[in-house]
Design a protein around this ligand. Structure first.
Ligand code: PLP
Ligand code: COI
Length: 342
């Protein structure tokens, strides 16, 4: 066991901190190189690089956890590898092979073992794989050269206040066009969200709840998480749309709800005018985990969930406890969900 860094883990927020190693691999002449760990946390690229001119970039997010026995594990990293490959296809970028992705995650987490927060500290090691077009392109076309990197950084809760319910708002802006890029993890989806999120934060909201851009009658997701609802009779409802990011956390919650909590699950389009009738609401994602939503604000109107702004609703609490119990190794996981870093 390596000695852990001297960090007050429990007071960490969701921020970037330079750690010892990142992973880097370059794509040139139609192939990826072997890839290596690096201590260099800066990148030098041409002023005309595809990422700088036409935002050709995508990323992933997953976490490493310390179990009670002191093992370091990651949660379903194969799904991140596959989703990144899907993002690459849509953005005309070369896929980073799934097996190599998994090896790279393992290597970079192991090399930064001292930065993996201890069990029970409330913090985790956030793992951010990303890729960008690195050579010069001035006509609108894909780059020929790419860099794949993974940085890691210890993090605490994404939303201030940890498990306290947040309030979100319906913004005046849309997130992802029909047949657009909402279902992949492209950097451009987040660039467009910066203006509405600054407005939301200035007004005291944790995030925006985007509606479907074509009709604005269905619920999509927030800027950084999928949305889940609990009906008054205790079913899980998850919005279905082609322009929502297929959250790995949400897909896992569906299994947890059905197999561990004996709940019924409905994955279907959710009309915005039904939201007022749900008993509980939450935001789910790697960073968000499951954050309860107490209130949705929409241009002078409010939806206040019965669970309120002080307490997590009972069903979301049960889903949260079960999911995080699985991630920390305290509850037996379905086959293949937990990857031990050796
Ligand atoms: N939706 C958006 C827009 C996100 O950025 C994220 C974060 O990754 C999620 C949903 C949640 O996805 P996951 O559970 O795979 O982290
Ligand atoms: C994640 O949950 O991993 C994300 O990428 C969301 C982002 C808002 C931090």
């Amino acid at each position: 066991m390596v000695e852990k860094k001297d960090i007050d883990w429990s007071s960490l927020g969701f921020g970037y901190m330079e750690t010892d190693y990142s992973f880097v691999s370059n794509y040139k002449d139609g192939k990826w190189d072997e890839g290596t760990l690096t201590k260099d946390h800066t990148i030098q690229i041409n002023e005309c690089a595809g990422v700088l001119q036409y935002s050709q970039s995508c990323f992933e997010g997953l976490k490493a956890y310390t179990t009670k026995e002191g093992k370091i594990v990651t949660f379903r990293p194969d799904l991140n590898a596959q989703r990144m490959a899907d993002s690459c296809k849509r953005l005309e970028m070369p896929e980073y092979p799934v097996e190599k992705f998994l090896e790279a995650v393992e290597k970079v987490v192991k090399a930064n073992e001292a930065w993996v927060p201890p069990y029970g500290s409330g913090a985790t090691l956030y793992i951010r794989p990303y890729m960008f077009g690195s050579n010069a392109v001035i006509g609108v076309k894909p780059a020929d050269e790419y860099q794949f990197r993974i940085l890691v950084t210890p993090v605490g809760p994404y939303f201030k206040g940890g498990a306290k319910p947040v309030q979100i708002k319906v913004p005046d802006f849309d997130r992802a066009a029909p047949h657009g890029t909402g279902n992949i993890k492209a950097g451009l989806n987040y660039a467009m969200s910066l203006h509405p999120i600054v407005i939301a934060h200035n007004e005291g909201y944790a995030d925006n709840m985007y509606l479907d851009p074509a009709t604005r009658t269905y619920v999509e997701e927030t800027g950084g998480a999928n949305i889940i609802f609990i009906t008054k009779d205790g079913n899980l409802v998850t919005p279905k749309s082609d322009s929502i990011l297929p959250s790995i956390t949400r897909r896992s919650i569906v299994t947890v709800a059905e197999k561990y909590c004996g709940m019924k699950v409905e994955h279907r389009p959710v009309r915005y005018d039904e939201v007022k009738d749900f008993a509980e609401c939450g935001l789910c994602g790697t960073a968000a985990v499951i954050s309860p939503v107490g209130r949705i604000f929409d241009h002078g109107n409010e939806i206040n969930f019965p669970s309120g702004m002080e307490e997590v609703g009972p069903v979301i609490k049960k889903l949260y406890d079960t999911l995080t119990g699985i991630q920390a190794g305290n509850i037996e996981a379905p086959e293949g969900w937990i990857h031990e870093i050796n």
